[in-house]
Structure formats: structure tokens, C-alpha cells
Write a protein that binds this ligand. Structure first.
Ligand code: NAD
Length: 479
């Protein structure tokens, strides 16, 4: 069988770019090699940025509503290809088919949503102190955006960066994760079927340390929009510092879920379980630790363990009914296993799970519930990114809020209670970018997904996410 080799897309053409080698792309459920991508050289990345830079003034000069028309064209192509796109995502990333289909549909909807902003990008007219002076604030494009993508929602993240970038008049160079480039390659095939002008969207493949770093160091990139780990985010900031390039960073999370004694326990159990096993636990905003009031701890832990241990897993292309698939790679699995092993050694009680599952092939970890965990322990402080949930009992909401805030992360959080006063107090006092009340953690495209502390700088979605892709220009007119 011939393995497909993807080519960079630069200035409207798929080209054999300058590459220093090939990187294999594998199916995490089977280990099968699916394709190869070029390890793009820094020169190839520079070619892509040059193309984006050359195309940008004419792109920005188009009326926004015309730019929006191209986003709608791309969304339509995506909708015509949902099953193929979803299967591509499942094969290289390992999520279940239903979730992959949601991701593809949501991506098309997101592009349409960003297109709707075309008639609503607004500046301001400000009152002056001086007679005859008029003060205007214009919102303009930044220029070239460098979009660096993770592997966990690889298709949607393309739209989350490309949509706001393009509608506001920027051009873009995308670098997908080396783990999941196949869906990105399909995206470019579909985009190439539209009449989008050459150079507006470019894609380069390769590892972060080479092509990603080259994108971050390029002086013609005006905004680096990155989603991924804190460690990489920190490296990107350091690289961006050389040219004082603006950064927008969506990084990791350690979402606390607070369950108070008056909560609907079944609802909390269902929502926290769904949150913990979706995408094999590899989601930045999902529940990573639980604080439960001690008077309901036994009932909650019993129900949670029962629900978690009933979750099924396996190759999502062989079995469409599993709750979750393999973890992205062996090192991801080993990281989760090591974190749980160290928690056990430190005194945690493994109520269910706590081990790697050997299905003959693929990277699977059993759904796991831990109790007797200390607040300052590694398992309560570090992002696990797997189907593992540690539960700590607390005496009351005061302790729960203190523990929730005791984290280097600050992306999402949740609280389960029937007491509106307690819920609103938690919203005031929990220092996180998002709080979900009595529901699973999942953001909306019209919200604003932004983390505090090490979870990031800036955010995505909605009006505030859109304006991250603009810069202001003040004009003073004496009349
Ligand atoms: P990662 O940081 O390993 O890689 C992300 C991207 O960065 C990849 O494309 C990679 O090639 C690139 N990269 C690596 N080193 C680079 C460098 N030095 N310069 C430039 N680019 C570089 O992240 P991942 O493992 O793909 O994703 C998982 C992480 O992403 C988790 O921590 C998760 O919480 C986070 N995440 C956050 C959000 C959010 O909205 N906050 C969403 C999804 C994922």
C-alpha cells in the first residue's frame, strides 16, 4: 500500500517544500502508518509567511462581507464531506465517531458564525476635550497570523483561528500538530475547491521545534495564535519576545468540580463522568479534580465509581459504541500511568481503574477514580489529560473555593448545587475564566473561552475572541 505524502500549501498551491525529512502519522488504535508529512525547513515556513504577507493588503481591502463569503464557501464544502472528515479524525486522533462528527459540524457552524461578524466589526467615535476635534478608533487587521494547532480537537481549532483571522482581514499560516495533520490536509483540499485568493491561507507541516519555532521567530508574523501545552506556550512567548509579536495562548487546565451537599448527585455524577472520559480525557476544559462536601462523599464516590467503571473503550473504527478510544500516543499513556502510580504511592486510594488496559494494541487507560488525595499532591495540581478523576472531600463551600483556586491553572471550573446563592458566590470567588453551573464543561462559540494564570493569555470565540485578531488605530481629525 502506498502511503500518502502530504504537501505544504503555499500561495494557493500544493508544493514539494524544502523539507529535511518525512514524519510518519500513525493510527493510535492500531499503530498503522496512515501518511507522511514533510519536516518543513525554516525556509519553507518563511516562504509561507512571505505568501501570506504579500496577499494581506488586497485581502484586507475587500469588504468584510466578501471575506465572509469565502468562509461560508469553506463551511459548505465541509458539510458536504462530514463522514469522510470524521473518519479521518477518528483514524489519526482516536476519538469516537459521534464526537468526530460533532467536531466537523461544529467547525462548519463556527465558520458561518464568524462570517456573521462581517457586518458587526465596529470602531468607536470618542468625545473630544478640544473644540473642533474628532476622535475615531478604527479596528484593523494585524497582518499575518501564525496559527499553531494541537491534536485533541485538530479540525475545530483550524476554524477557531482561521475564522476570526480572515473575517477581520488578516491572512494566515497554519501549522497542524504532527500527530494529526491528515484532517488539516483534507481541510486544505476543500479550501482549494473554493475561489479563495492565493496566499490568504497557507499550511506548513512539521514538528514544533523546527517549523513551529520558525513561524514564531518570523518578524512578518503579527500575531501568534497557539493552542497547546503550557510548556510550549512558554517557549512560544520566549520566541515571540524577539520581535515583540503579539501572542494569544490557550493552554492547559486543571478544572475543579465542586459538588455541594444539596446537589443533584446523579446529575453531577453523569456530567463529571462525561466530562472526564470524553476524548479519552484529553480535553483542556474538562473536570480534572472534584471537591465534594464530606456529608455526601460516600454516596457520590460510590455512584461516580459505578458510572466511571461502566465506561467502555476500544478501537473507535472497529466498535462505534465505545465511550472512548485510545490515547493519542504511548508517551501520553505512560504519563497518565506514572501520575496515578505516584498518587497511589503517596497514599491515594484507587477506587476503580488505576491501570493500563492491554487490548493487544493501542494506548488505553482504564477509567479511574481516586480518593484520599491531598490538595498539594501532584495528582491534584498537574494536568493529567486522561480518564482519571481524583476526589477530595471538603467540609464546606469555603474550603472548596480555597482548594479550587489553589492551582497554577485557571481555565474552566464547575459547581453542582441547588442553592443559587452558593452558585453565585462561587462564580464571584472562583478565579477561573469559565464556570459551569449544574452542567458539563463545554463552551459556546458565542462565549469567550479564556484562561487565567498559566492557562493562557487572551481567548477565543464571540466578540472578544474576534477582536483579538484586530489592532486599533486612533485618528484625530481637526475640522
Ligand atoms: P503541544 O504543546 O505539545 O503542541 C501543540 C502544537 O505546538 C503542535 O502543533 C506542536 O508541533 C507545536 N509546538 C511544539 N513545540 C513548539 C515550539 N517550540 N514552537 C512552536 N510550536 C511548537 O500540545 P498538544 O499536546 O498538542 O495539546 C495538548 C495540550 O493543549 C494540553 O495541555 C491541553 O490542555 C491544551 N489545550 C488547550 C486548549 C484551550 O482551549 N485552552 C484546547 C486544546 C488543548
Amino acid at each position: 500500500m502506498t502511503i500518502q505524502q502530504h504537501r505544504n500549501f503555499i500561495n494557493g498551491t500544493f508544493i514539494e517544500s524544502r523539507a529535511t525529512g518525512l514524519i510518519p502519522v500513525t493510527n493510535p488504535a492500531t499503530g498503522q502508518t496512515l501518511s507522511e508529512i514533510p519536516e518543513s525547513s525554516p525556509e519553507a515556513v518563511a516562504d509561507a509567511v512571505d505568501a501570506a504577507n504579500a496577499a494581506q493588503p488586497a485581502w484586507e481591502a475587500l469588504p468584510a462581507i466578501e471575506r465572509a463569503g469565502y468562509l461560508r464557501q469553506i463551511a459548505a464544502r465541509i458539510r458536504e464531506n462530514v463522514p469522510t472528515l470524521a473518519k479521518t479524525i477518528v483514524a489519526e486522533q482516536g476519538k469516537v465517531m459521534g464526537l468526530a462528527e460533532v467536531e466537523v459540524q461544529f467547525t462548519a457552524d463556527y465558520l458561518d458564525y464568524m462570517a456573521e461578524w462581517a457586518r458587526r466589526i465596529e470602531g468607536e467615535i470618542v468625545t473630544s476635550d478640544r473644540p473642533g476635534e474628532n476622535i475615531f478608533l478604527f479596528r484593523q487587521a494585524i497582518g499575518v497570523v501564525g496559527g499553531i494547532l494541537p491534536w485533541n480537537f485538530p479540525f475545530f481549532l483550524i476554524a477557531r483561528k482561521l475564522g476570526p483571522a480572515l473575517v477581520t482581514g488578516n491572512t494566515i499560516v497554519l501549522k497542524p500538530s504532527e500527530e494529526t495533520p491528515n484532517n488539516a490536509a483534507m481541510f486544505m483540499e476543500l479550501l482549494n475547491q473554493t475561489s479563495l485568493p492565493a496566499g490568504v491561507v497557507n499550511m506548513v507541516y512539521g514538528r514544533g521545534a523546527v517549523s513551529g519555532a520558525a513561524l514564531c521567530e518570523n518578524p512578518n508574523v503579527g500575531l501568534l495564535s497557539f493552542t497547546g501545552s503550557v510548556e510550549t506556550g512558554s517557549r512560544i512567548m520566549a520566541a515571540a519576545a524577539k520581535n515583540i509579536t503579539k501572542v494569544n495562548l490557550e493552554l492547559g487546565g486543571k478544572a475543579p468540580a465542586i459538588v455541594l451537599k444539596d446537589a443533584d448527585i446523579d446529575l453531577a455524577v453523569n456530567a463529571i463522568t462525561a466530562s472526564r472520559v470524553i476524548n479519552s480525557g484529553q480535553v483542556c476544559n474538562c473536570a480534572e479534580r472534584v471537591y465534594v462536601e464530606s456529608s455526601i462523599e460516600d454516596e457520590f464516590v460510590t455512584k461516580l465509581s459505578k458510572k466511571m467503571s461502566a465506561c467502555t473503550f476500544g478501537d473507535p473504527l472497529e466498535n462505534f459504541s465505545v465511550d472512548y478510544g485510545p490515547m493519542i500516543n504511548k508517551s501520553g499513556l505512560e504519563k497518565v500511568a506514572a501520575l496515578v502510580d505516584r498518587a497511589r504511592s503517596a497514599g491515594a486510594n484507587v477506587v476503580t481503574g488505576g491501570e493500563v488496559a492491554d487490548l493487544g494494541r493501542g494506548n488505553y487507560y482504564r477509567p479511574t477514580v481516586l480518593t484520599d488525595v491531598e490538595q498539594d499532591s501532584e495528582i491534584m495540581q498537574k494536568e493529567v489529560f486522561g480518564p482519571v478523576i481524583p476526589v477530595k472531600s471538603v467540609t464546606d463551600i469555603d474550603e472548596a473555593i480555597i482548594c479550587a483556586n489553589d492551582s497554577e491553572y485557571g481555565l474552566t471550573s464547575s459547581i453542582y448545587t441547588r442553592d443559587i446563592g452558593a452558585a453565585m458566590r462561587a462564580c464571584r470567588e472562583i478565579k477561573f475564566g469559565e464556570t459551569y453551573i449544574n452542567r458539563e464543561n463545554f463552551e459556546a462559540m458565542q462565549g469567550y473561552h479564556a484562561g487565567v494564570r498559566k492557562s493562557g493569555i487572551g481567548g477565543a470565540d464571540g466578540k472578544h475572541g474576534l477582536y483579538e485578531y484586530t489592532q486599533t488605530h486612533m485618528v484625530y481629525l481637526q475640522s
